[in-house]
Write a protein that binds this ligand. Structure first.
Ligand code: FAD
Ligand code: NA
Length: 395
């Protein structure tokens, strides 16, 4: 078919735009992805033990944006799910005894680990004031050690953040911008949910079904295992392209340095637990802030939506600097470099008859939650409509 619009990437950014184009214009749309599946990093599948597993790490949907929820909830079926995370802490050096406590740090965390008498928000504030009385506690902070110690004190910093940050970023907090640990929440109450957004959901039949339905439209064709960088010459005549892949790959021939990313590696194992409702660990996600193990967390997928199976599938996550790009590394050097790519993107977007839009976490070099990726796509769509450059395609 002759196509009017090419969408590179079948994650949320590309799939939401494809759907909006299909429903609101006459455009014939081709969605390509270099992977052999749709869904981008949200892709999931049911494994040989009947357990739904996310290929690229656990994904919990949460949002404050009603418009995002109104849009996405009409694809697939969703049900409420409040996510909780426990951290495995070794309270005494050189001793193998461990405790599982809630994160983000809340009243229960302090009770279980440091002081059983902490009951109220007032107790909590007093306890934290005492913990932080001998440290610098007003900014501007030079790094993430200072910003974390100022809020949490040294004990929590050492038990929860110091080594975890090293495992995740290959840097200790004193070598990371203060903003990294400034974003970590701290609760003065007993709310031990991982997120506090009013809308917290999981798709009952998985994310992949949500994508199946998003892309199920007579004007949309999907081509998987198709790498834009290898086949871009085939698409020269396309009027409108939305690119949701890595921006440094798009402009690879311009000789700029490549952008830096952290990557993840997954190690899964299956345990015969014999009973359909038996589980292995005390929460779906257990964070591992200690140096005793090299992985950052273990996910037990069976626990999401209380799935039943005589087996349990667990996945350990290792952070590394090589492999597929997952998390942008937001330091000065990378952000300066990204702004050079951004300038190239602005020029490319303006080229006559080659409207190329750069959308999503890889094209914008920015960590986005799913709701932000969906929200960005909705916002861009509105903006394009207002600017009127889709005129030729709009019905
Ligand atoms: P992607 O999903 O990455 O989609 C981009 C697609 O483009 C990919 O499929 C890729 O294969 C394709 N592509 C790239 N280059 C090319 C090319 N050259 N040719 C063709 N195709 C190409 N968000 C939450 O809200 N809650 C969570 O709990 C959560 N957990 C996460 C856990 C992990 C481990 C990670 C990494 C992310 C998590 N996220 C979570 C974020 C979520 O994954 C993103 O918001 C979402 O993936 C963004 O969608 P996207 O379409 O922008 O990018
Ligand atoms: Na994705």
């Amino acid at each position: 078919m002759t196509i009017d619009a090419l969408i590179v990437g079948a994650g949320f950014s590309g799939s939401v735009i494809a759907r909006l184009l299909a429903e609101n214009t006459k455009a014939k749309i081709l969605v390509i992805d270099s992977r052999d599946h749709i869904g981008g990093n949200c892709y999931d599948y049911v494994n040989q033990y009947g357990i739904r597993v996310s290929k690229y790490g656990a994904h919990l949907f949460h949002t404050k944006r009603q418009d995002v929820w109104d849009f996405i909830s009409s694809y697939g079926t969703w049900e409420p799910w409040e996510h909780k995370v426990l951290a495995k802490i070794y309270p005494r050096d050189g001793c193998d005894e461990s405790v599982h406590v809630p994160v983000p740090v809340c009243i229960q965390t302090i009770q279980q680990l440091y002081d059983p008498s902490i009951e109220t928000e007032e107790d909590m504030r007093r306890w934290l004031a005492e913990e932080t009385k001998n440290v610098i506690n007003s900014g501007p902070f030079k790094n993430s050690m200072e910003s974390a110690v100022a809020r949490f004190g040294c004990r929590i910093y050492n038990d929860f953040f110091r080594n975890y940050t090293w495992k995740q970023w290959n840097k200790y907090p004193d070598n990371l911008d203060s903003s990294v640990l400034e974003r970590i929440p701290l609760r003065y109450d007993r709310d031990d949910r991982y997120f506090t957004d009013p809308i917290q959901m999981l798709p009952s039949c998985g994310y992949t079904q949500v994508f199946d339905q998003l892309l199920d439209h007579p004007q949309i064709e999907i081509k998987l295992s198709t790498d834009y960088f290898l086949e871009r010459h085939c698409f020269n005549g396309v009027q409108f392209t939305v690119f949701t892949g890595p921006i440094d790959g798009y402009f690879a021939s311009y000789g700029l340095d490549r952008l830096e990313y952290r990557s993840l590696h997954f190690e899964d194992f299956n345990i015969n637990v014999e009973q359909n409702d038996a589980v292995v660990q005390p929460a779906s996600v257990v964070n591992e802030p200690s140096m005793r193990v090299p992985y950052t967390r273990t996910v037990e997928f069976k626990q999401f939506l209380n799935q039943r199976s005589p087996y349990s599938t667990l996945v350990r996550e290792y952070s590394s600097s090589f492999g597929e790009p997952y998390y942008p590394v937001p330091n000065d050097q990378n952000l300066k470099l990204y702004s050079k790519y951004q300038q190239l993107a602005v020029k490319e977007t303006g080229k006559e008859r080659r409207n190329v839009q750069f959308l999503g976490r890889l094209a914008n070099y920015k960590y986005l939650n799913m709701d932000q990726a969906i929200g960005n796509a909705l916002d861009h769509w509105q903006q394009w409509k207002t600017e009127g450059f889709l005129k030729e395609m709009v019905a």
